[in-house]
Design a protein around this ligand. Structure first.
Ligand SMILES: [Mg+2]
Length: 341
């Protein structure tokens, strides 16, 4: 198989914190695959702090996989190659036939900041029309998280529901205490708030709120514990952390068998990958939830024009967008030194 590659660098609007690292830009490569007269594209851009592999390792795995006609070992490489092959084939199985099945999909709003910032955002209409708003919690003091949640509940329309993402930073008693006087009917789910995954079922039982898994999907020991457990109702799937589209489909199916809906998201990839994952969401049996795809505003440049999000719905273009970059054959490709760190 022959492929072409192009390097890209997309600056963040404001430096982005992932775990303990601060990133100024998304770096990656786009894979171009020709199939007869058709051309397909896929993005390989492991996100430091989320993916275990570096970009250099991903590119090496990709080139090796193509050379040996095998599937690349590293998830972000397998994902990018699979996207290029399946978009070239316009595979309807993954929603990649020329016309999307639906004109739009529901997406959640995303908010990270203080209660005062949330008030300003809501009053400026930033969440207008969204059915779900995801709030980051667990980074501030408990009292600050509490004010943030209560402010959102008070100021957002009654039908809007919150997703509280704690990124494994909290203890069981801490979050149970945080939610004690909160109207939990306004919360759609708690997304992996606990440092200790073995407490997630107990959290669902004590709060009577659904729990969503995210980090546990990439942690085999945790996954075994939570898969199919009561109260674990949702999985947040970021395809480039899983691998090929076939593997992503298998994860969605496994989730469904274990009583979980799937919310599709990305690892802050470009709007090309967002468009592709949105297509995937229209054909997979994921359940009727909003997807975590409204992340384009984090980047100040993009590979393609972002899909417009209006009133909590992301419009799907009639054709997948095409990244315009300078491609070279994979054999001749080298990463710039600045991207090899
Ligand atoms: Mg999460």
């Amino acid at each position: 198989m022959s492929i072409d590659l192009a390097y890209f660098e997309l600056p963040f609007r404001v430096p982005h914190r992932v775990g303990t690292t601060t990133l100024t830009a998304r770096r990656g490569v786009v894979v171009r695959k020709r199939l007869g007269r058709r051309v397909g594209f896929g993005e390989v851009s492991p996100l430091p702090g989320a993916h275990r592999e570096t970009l250099a390792q991903a590119v090496e795995s990709l080139i090796e996989g193509v050379r040996n006609s095998s599937s690349p070992m590293l998830p972000s490489a397998a994902f990018g190659l699979s996207c290029a092959v399946e978009t070239a084939a316009a595979n309807p199985r993954y929603g990649l036939a020329d016309q999307p099945r639906t004109v739009d999909i529901g997406v959640n709003a995303l908010f990270s900041g203080t209660a005062e910032d949330a008030r300003a955002a809501i009053e400026s209409g930033a969440f207008e029309g969204f059915r779900t708003v995801k709030l980051k919690i667990g980074r501030a003091r408990r009292a600050d998280d509490h004010r943030l949640i209560q402010t959102a509940i008070e100021l957002l329309p009654r039908e809007v529901r919150l997703r509280l993402d704690g990124n494994r930073t909290m203890g069981l008693t801490g979050i149970v205490g945080l939610l004690r006087d909160v109207d939990t009917r306004r919360i759609e789910y708690l997304e992996e708030p606990l440092r200790n995954h073995t407490d997630l079922c107990e959290l669902a039982r004590r709060t009577q709120v659904s729990v969503a898994i995210d980090e546990s999907l990439y942690d085999p020991e945790a996954l075994e514990h939570v898969l199919g457990a009561p109260g674990i109702d949702v999985q947040v799937v970021r395809p480039s952390l899983m691998g090929s589209l076939e593997e992503v489909e298998a994860v969605i199916t496994r989730g469904r068998i274990n009583g979980m809906d799937t919310v599709l998201s990305t690892a802050l990839e470009s709007s090309y990958t967002i468009a592709l994952v949105a297509r995937l969401a229209t054909v997979m049996e994921v359940g009727d939830r909003d997807h975590g795809l409204s992340t384009a505003p984090f980047l100040s440049q993009d590979l393609v024009d972002p899909m417009p999000v209006v009133g909590g719905r992301m419009a799907l273009a009639r054709a997948l967008p095409v990244p315009s970059l300078e491609f070279v054959p994979a054999e001749k490709f080298t990463l710039p030194a600045s991207a090899r760190a």
